[in-house]
Design a protein around this ligand. Sequence first.
Ligand SMILES: *Cc1c(COP(=O)(O)O)cnc(C)c1O
Length: 442
Amino acid sequence: MRREINDQGKLLIGGIPASVIAETYGTPVYVYDVARIRQNARAFVQTFKKHNIPAQVAYASKAFSSIAMLEVANQEGLSLDVVSEGELHTAIRAGFPVEKIHMHGNNKSLAELQMAVEYNIGCVVVDNFYEIALLTDVLAEKEKSMDVLLRVTPGIEAHTHDYILTGQEDSKFGFDLSSGQAEKAFQLLNANDQVTVKGLHCHIGSQIFETSGFTLATQKLFETMKDWRERFNYNADVLNLGGGFGIQYTEEDDPLELDQYAIALIDEVKLQSEKLNYPMPEIWIEPGRAIVGDAGVTLYTMGSIKEIPGVRTYASVDGGMTDNIRPALYQAKYDAVLADKMHQPAEKEYAIAGKCCESGDMLLWDVKLPNVEPHDLMAVFSTGAYGYAMANNYNRFGKAAVVFVENGEHQLVVRREDFEEITRLDLSYTKQEENNYETSND
Ligand SMILES: *Cc1c(COP(=O)(O)O)cnc(C)c1O
């Protein structure tokens, strides 16, 4: 795996010793190598450019949304997926071009749709019939129009290393193709002159290492597009194939280079267009993890070490499931090192625990490290996606800070939340006169 180390055996992140970041900002701290974010974004954007394919690479901002991150995404020519008022607000605050923002969600609220319409965002990815009714009302009331994509479930299932078509899919997202729901939704939307159906969308999963699932989905969506062209004289301008491109967390993960995913999509879309004599649609994709995942490292300070003879040795960090809930939530695996002992052999096996009052609060179950001592600095790799984004205040710990590193410089981009800020939303029950809060919102 990619590791930068200096002569003193210290881990470098974007050229800067991890220990300098830890000393400057404290721990736990998320550190992003911004050059890596840009490199990941360019792998997709440049591949479409090089092949002369009109495309939008929409960063799925749920993976890591912050003003600084969205500024970088915008600099790199990415579009943006948002799924809430909070994510849309962050995009607006970051000055993200509204026409490149797409809204997702399987239960969009009236307020979310109103906000999307008021800001004239680029498109809404319509997910269900309830949303069609809400959106229809919002557009009528505001006398506005909206481009939409229709989210469909193509019925694709992962089978170890292969993907197969199942005919139908058991998912909370999107319209089912095989039962005719997608067609009904299309007809409703297409009949509304305040709505333009730009095309179809599907998202088949996450942390996918092969291209077969994407090419199968492409074939499936083209079948529908061909059918709708013949029966409704409808041509899709856009084919959005979602995100889910896999990244390396540990040595066991063997993802493709990012441009290879784009090339596979381009090849299949071209093939299907030619075969069906269908005008080449724009290809849109929505990588989240693949843009930020391997650009992020979390730094922790080691504390208590508990050796249970014959069982295992627990070494605890000053963070845990509050800054990275993925191991507890879905047994996600990570790789870690002691950042100032990179020249020492990793000879002892440790279980790395968080500091929350919860046995499930573990970061790594078995990692080989040099001898761990209190105050050692630990770096956990590939924490850039769904780390800060899923951070929480369990045990009333404040959220960790986020630092960007680029061109040999480091900069704080999200402040650490301190314990004073933890009570900022709390109101007194017994001293209501001290509460500075309007109870009515109209
Ligand atoms: C989560 C999600 C993505 C991004 O997934 P990654 O695995 O982070 O690439 C893209 N599109 C949709 C619709 C999603 O729900």
